[in-house]
Design a protein. Structure first.
Length: 241
């Protein structure tokens, strides 16, 4: 799937003439992934972002995992981080645990899209990537899946993630939590509602501090109101001892 690239991506057909190549004018990563999913002819989908590299045995190992775990429709792998051609230590908070993917992804996204293998039927169940998200679209999808299905960890480092490029979305956008709270707000009625409320209160508080610091009047009013309403709901739902 070519989302309006300008780097002669189409030349890949000279090396792999049998692949399906689809081009669209730049519409963003969510649109590109959704188009790829909809046009895929296979039951299983795997993603590979331009700044990531798969281990040569990644797909085979995930295939074998799913053959031995037939009820699991989504898996993800551990990863290696590379910066300036050197492997860097991954912060503890990003270490993969593999128990409850919803709770492990509440504070931040801990699943790289390029590590995921997913059965196409999952998209019929929870929907596709939300194209209204400029960033954190993967975080939103993983939460939607994890709220009703298992995301299984293949506990091997089968992905190389390269950091430091200016064009990476994580460097382009400030205030990533603005997008994370949108994803969390969708989960307020999920079975994890209490944990979602606690996390949203924390994130609203941080976003309000940022809005006050930079004198963003609209954001100040927005997060003050959301924080007030959510605190009232949280306290009302919390049993008194």
């Amino acid at each position: 799937m070519d989302d309006g690239s300008t780097d002669a991506t189409k030349n890949i057909l000279q090396i792999f003439p049998d692949i399906i190549y689809i081009y669209q004018e730049n519409q963003g990563v969510s649109s590109a992934r959704n188009q790829g999913i909809e046009n895929a002819s296979c039951e299983w989908i795997a993603f590979l972002d331009s700044d990531d590299v798969w281990h040569k045995e990644k797909l085979e190992k995930q295939k074998q995992f799913h053959l031995h775990n037939l009820t699991c429709k989504v898996s993800y792998t551990d990863e290696i981080w590379i910066r300036n051609n050197q492997e860097v230590k991954i912060p503890k908070k990003f270490h993969k645990i593999g128990r409850d993917a919803f709770l492990e992804n509440l504070e931040y996204c801990n699943i790289a899209p390029s590590s995921v293998m997913i059965h196409k039927s999952i998209f019929d169940k929870v929907g596709f990537f939300d194209e209204s998200f400029e960033v954190c679209e993967d975080y939103d999808l993983w939460l939607r899946i994890a709220s009703c299905d298992s995301l299984c960890l293949v506990n091997e480092k089968l992905l190389y993630k390269y950091a430091g490029e200016d064009q990476q979305l994580s460097f382009k956008y400030w205030g990533m939590d603005r997008w994370r709270v949108r994803a969390l707000e969708k989960q307020l009625k999920s079975s994890y509602s209490k944990s979602v409320q606690k996390t949203l209160i924390k994130k609203y508080t941080l976003l309000l501090k940022g809005a006050l610091k930079y004198d963003k009047i609209a954001s100040i009013n927005e997060y003050k109101q959301k924080l007030h309403l959510l605190k009232d709901t949280f306290e009302a739902d919390t049993p008194r001892e």
